[in-house]
Structures are given as structure tokens and as C-alpha cells.
Ligand binder design. Structure first.
Ligand SMILES: C[S@@+](CC[C@H](N)C(=O)[O-])C[C@H]1O[C@@H](n2cnc3c(N)ncnc32)[C@H](O)[C@@H]1O
Length: 267
């Protein structure tokens, strides 16, 4: 049965949100694989049952801050395991990671509070397998102050949407033409970040591709090496141009932006 039909059958609101289209796009090809799947937020177990039927060869782990009556919710199935705890509780999440080691798919359909969503991602990212997928639902809370979002300062507020937008810098980190750039924890491990209506999907994989513009985050060094390889006689001229003039310009802009960040307290 298709995911769409399973969401309807088990009465999951994932169908009404239109999330089945996104899930279908990313997950249909994984249907018969043997995977470890974690969903944050169990509630009546509707989606857990849909995952359990769809991924017949996989283990479905559900976590919820509330106690879930497995018998009443008809969740007593061989490939379903449910635990009680909070998605932002480091001790609890570490217990889950120690128990299951790795997850191939993680779905955050829990509190939807930006701070919880960001914290869970940070706590769980290491346990996401390479080529794994991390889904975040109901990201509209980013734009609603009654849910801890911020509709008044879209660009600089501490919301899950801004957090996941910043991951696009991690997937392009090698292109950042700042020789003083310090590699961050997600750099080189984000293959893609996809934004849909109220939903975000992060795909994890090695990603260290470098274009022809920079080497070790430096445009000046790349140009210098390219040029002297073409014409070794002009080594002094190129040294002055790229290593002195271009570098000074970069250092100047670096210091201007550092000052701007300090004044605006934006790091
Ligand atoms: C939208 S419902 C989940 C629906 C379910 N995934 C489905 O599609 O059928 C959200 C669930 O998240 C749980 N929840 C809320 N805050 C949480 C937290 N901090 N940690 C874990 N679960 C939480 C709630 O108890 C609720 O059952």
C-alpha cells in the first residue's frame, strides 16, 4: 500500500498536511530496506502504524514525552518500540542513541517548539547514518511567537527555519572565500537541505567538494597557484598581486565585518 493510503488508513494528519508527497519522494525507494527509523512524537500512534506497515523490514522507534498505552493504541507490533521521554532531554536522547546506535531516518513530529527542534537535531545528528534523512514537520512554528517562533525579525531570530537555512552554508563551506574560516561541526556532512511548505528535509553524507574558485577557503591562494603554474617567470608579480594586495583586501574586509558583528552582537 502507498504511504498516502497508509496515512489515510491510520488517520494520520500527515495526509491532511500534504506531507505524504514529500515522504513519498524521499522514502518510496527505501520501502523494502532494513532500516532503523526514529519518530519523535507518537500521540495516537497513527504515523508509527503507517511506518510499520510501509517499512515491513525495518524497526520503528517512537518517542513521546507522554506515556503511551501501547495496547489501547494498538502499537504492540514486532517492529515497533516506544519510549517515554523528551526530545530535548540529553540524558534520554543519549539512552536512545546508546540503545539503537544509528538511525537511517529520523522524523521530528514532536513539540514543534523551535528550541526543542534545534536541540534534538544537535543531539541526534551524530546518530544519523551517512546517507540518512532527517525530516522536520510543522516548521510554521518558526513564524509564530505563541510557539516560540518570531514573525517580527525573520532573518536573525533563533528559529528552526533559520537554523536549517544556516546548514546550507555547511554544505557549501569549502566555497567560503575566507582564509580565517573555522570549520564547523556540520561542515562536510550535509548533502542537501530541502525546504517544503512547513517541512524541512536534511540529507546527511560526506560533502567536501571544492570548486575551481578556492583552495582551503582562499581565493588568493588558488589564483596565485593557478597563475604561477601557467607562467613561472612572473612569480614575483603574482606574489605581489595575490599574496600581498588581494590578501590585504581580504584582511581589510574580514576586520570590517568582524567589527560589524561585534557592534551588532551577531555571531
Ligand atoms: C503531532 S503529535 C504526533 C503525531 C504523530 N507523529 C502522528 O503523525 O500520528 C505530537 C506529539 O509530540 C509529543 N511531544 C510534545 N512535546 C514533546 C517533547 N518535548 N518530546 C517528545 N515528545 C513530545 C506530544 O505528546 C504529542 O503526542
Amino acid at each position: 500500500m502507498s504511504l498516502e493510503k497508509l496515512f489515510i488508513k491510520h488517520k494520520s494528519d500527515k495526509y491532511h498536511h500534504g506531507y505524504h508527497e514529500v515522504y513519498n519522494f524521499f522514502l518510496n525507494k527505501l520501502k523494502n530496506k532494513k532500516l532503523n527509523i526514529l519518530e519523535i512524537g507518537v500521540s495516537d500512534g497513527a504515523s508509527i502504524k503507517a511506518w510499520s506497515d510501509f517499512f515491513k523490514n525495518s524497526l520503528i522507534v517512537g518517542i513521546d514525552i507522554k506515556k503511551i498505552d501501547l495496547k489501547k493504541k494498538k502499537l504492540l507490533k514486532k517492529n515497533i518500540q516506544i519510549h517515554q521521554g523528551s526530545q530535548s532531554d540529553k540524558k534520554f536522547i543519549n539512552f536512545i542513541i546508546n540503545k539503537y546506535k544509528k538511525f537511517d531516518i529520523i522524523i521530528d513530529d514532536g513539540s514543534h517548539y523551535p528550541k526543542d527542534v534545534i536541540r534534538s537535531f544537535k543531539l541526534l545528528f551524530n546518530s544519523l547514518s551517512l546517507k540518512g534523512l532527517y525530516f522536520v514537520e510543522d516548521t510554521q512554528t518558526s513564524y509564530n511567537h505563541f510557539f516560540g517562533g518570531n514573525p517580527f525579525d525573520l532573518k536573525y531570530s533563533n528559529t528552526q527555519n533559520n537554523f536549517f537555512k544556516s546548514l546550507s552554508d555547511s554544505l557549501n563551506y569549502n566555497e567560503i572565500a575566507n582564509p580565517f574560516y573555522i570549520k564547523k561541526s556540520y561542515d562536510g556532512l550535509i548533502k542537501s537541505v530541502s525546504f517544503f511548505n512547513n517541512m524541512i528535509v536534511v540529507s546527511k553524507d560526506h560533502n567536501n567538494i571544492e570548486s575551481n574558485l578556492v583552495i582551503n577557503n582562499s581565493y588568493e591562494n588558488k589564483r596565485y597557484i593557478t597563475k604561477i603554474n601557467r607562467d613561472k617567470k612572473k612569480i614575483f608579480q603574482y606574489f605581489i598581486k595575490y599574496k600581498i594586495l588581494f590578501k590585504s583586501y581580504t584582511i581589510f574586509l574580514f576586520l570590517v565585518n568582524l567589527l560589524k558583528k561585534i557592534v551588532l552582537i551577531r555571531f
